[in-house]
Design a protein. Structure first.
Length: 438
């Protein structure tokens, strides 16, 4: 068979880290099977893909304005594909609204990319499709960091979240496939891996080959045996599954980065119930305190949704209480927005006026800023170990501490990929500065 002519792919990714990994898979599959290489210039592309997110409202509206622009500016005969979560939930409607779109590929169907790319009008959005054992072509990554999916879908039914409707039920990727993938990336220079899933710490409950159940803790133990791998991160865990066994492993395993995401969503037990999160205000605080006690340098990050339907001022004050008690190192804040195919849509009559939601969001941001400054200043004078991964144009090199705080130092590319001790001399709310300790 003659070698296919090289074609150019322009891909735009919106949304979370799982979407980033899906885009890496799309790029690798199209390179391997269809001879596409990527370009940053949309106007020279033969194929334009927008990999979407529909967790928040904005990316959905952005999608249609963006593909409209692409259609006007694209090269003649260039194809347009829409992939990801919005593709899953809008399906054919995308083509009704934007008839120039060539194919639609849902978030649970990424492994079919090589089949749909040349099929005008293809729509593949089956949320029961199981590609948990599909061997994706090897993708590129930041030389020193890689990310690997450990599961697909999510079994939780959080009432505000569209993910179960776009990514389907949870299926774990076999442990040996994950370990193999990490080993390959380490052989190419990766020192750090991020294990990705919608709910990582429920890993091991269900596999497509009906094998015996396992646990996320066991997976962490297997991955940490990989020689040459220095650091393991994971996102997102669910506070409900942070059992003692998991916390102990997190605390004692030296390869696990001491930064943990604990998505609170709300501090009010009654709102948590309405969200179907499965834990209470007190239960969350107890877990967070236990983690802080067992891992004194831990950084705890979180997600908070304000103005969920029915959230009273008292409920909101519960959220403020938890923020004060736990003092999160980073908060990703959102004002509730109704999403299609979610249970919370039924609470329409209880929706909170926008001005109240905005005020609550500002209150969270302001309180968090105070905590961030206080917590980051505690680093000044300390010596920390940094894994350097990028060279900045201003002659600085940046990397991350073991508890995942960004650090900048003056230096050269000789630092890249190394774990180096740094004395911290200065701090902003989001990053540290320091000098390499010789
Ligand atoms: S755990 Fe809840 S918020 Fe997270 S992806 Fe699953 S349903 Fe959505």
């Amino acid at each position: 068979m003659s070698k296919q002519e090289e074609k150019k792919l322009f891909i735009q990714t919106l949304g979370c880290q799982m979407n980033d990994t899906d885009s890496q898979h799309i790029i690798a599959e199209l390179k391997e099977h269809k001879n596409y290489s990527t370009t940053d210039n949309m106007e020279e592309a033969d194929l334009i893909i927008i990999n979407t997110c529909s967790v928040r409202e904005k990316p959905v509206s952005k999608l249609f304005s963006e593909i409209g622009q692409f259609n006007v500016k694209k090269k003649e005969n260039a194809k347009i594909g829409v992939c990801g979560c919005t593709a899953s939930h809008l399906g054919k409607d995308i083509m009704k609204r934007a008839p120039y779109v060539d194919f639609v590929l849902g978030a649970r169907n990424i492994s079919k990319i090589k089949d749909v790319v040349d099929k005008k009008g293809a729509v593949e959005i089956d949320i029961d499709y199981d590609d948990s054992t599909y061997q994706f072509a090897q993708s590129g990554h930041n030389l020193y960091k890689t990310s690997v999916n450990i599961s697909i879908g999510c079994d939780k039914k959080c009432t505000f979240c569209i993910v179960p409707a776009t990514r389907g039920d949870e299926i774990s990727i076999p442990t040996e496939m994950i370990v193999e993938q990490v080993k390959k990336d380490v052989a190419k220079g990766a020192k750090e891996v991020t294990l990705l899933g919608q709910n990582v710490n429920s890993y091991g409950k269900r596999f497509s080959d009906k094998r015996e159940k396992t646990s996320f803790t066991k997976l962490l133990q297997e991955v940490s045996k990989i020689e040459g791998l220095e650091r393991i991160r994971f996102t997102s865990p669910h506070p409900l599954h942070m059992d003692d066994e998991f916390i102990e492993e997190f605390a004692k395993n030296p390869k696990i980065s001491k930064c943990i995401h604990m998505p609170l969503q709300s501090g009010s037990t009654s709102i948590l119930k309405a969200m179907k999160r499965g834990y209470s205000k007190e239960g969350f605080i107890k877990r967070a305190k236990k983690i802080r006690e067992m891992v004194p340098d831990v950084r705890i990050t979180t997600d908070i949704i304000v103005a969920f339907p029915g959230e009273t001022e008292e409920d909101f004050q519960d959220t403020i209480d938890v923020i004060k008690e736990v003092k999160f190192d980073q908060i990703f804040n959102f004002k509730y927005s109704p999403r299609p195919n979610t249970e919370a849509l039924e609470l329409k009559d209880l929706e909170i006026p926008d001005d109240i939601g905005s005020k609550r969001l500002i209150d969270v941001i302001e309180l968090h800023k105070e905590h961030q400054s206080e917590l980051m200043d505690l680093n000044i004078g300390k010596t920390v170990t940094v894994l350097f991964d990028s060279l900045k144009p201003n002659g600085e090199v940046s990397g991350f501490t073991d508890n995942y705080c960004q650090v900048f130092v003056k230096g050269s590319d000789e630092l890249l990929g190394k774990l180096v001790d740094v004395k911290i001399t200065d701090a902003t709310r989001t990053a540290l500065k320091g000098d390499v300790v010789n």
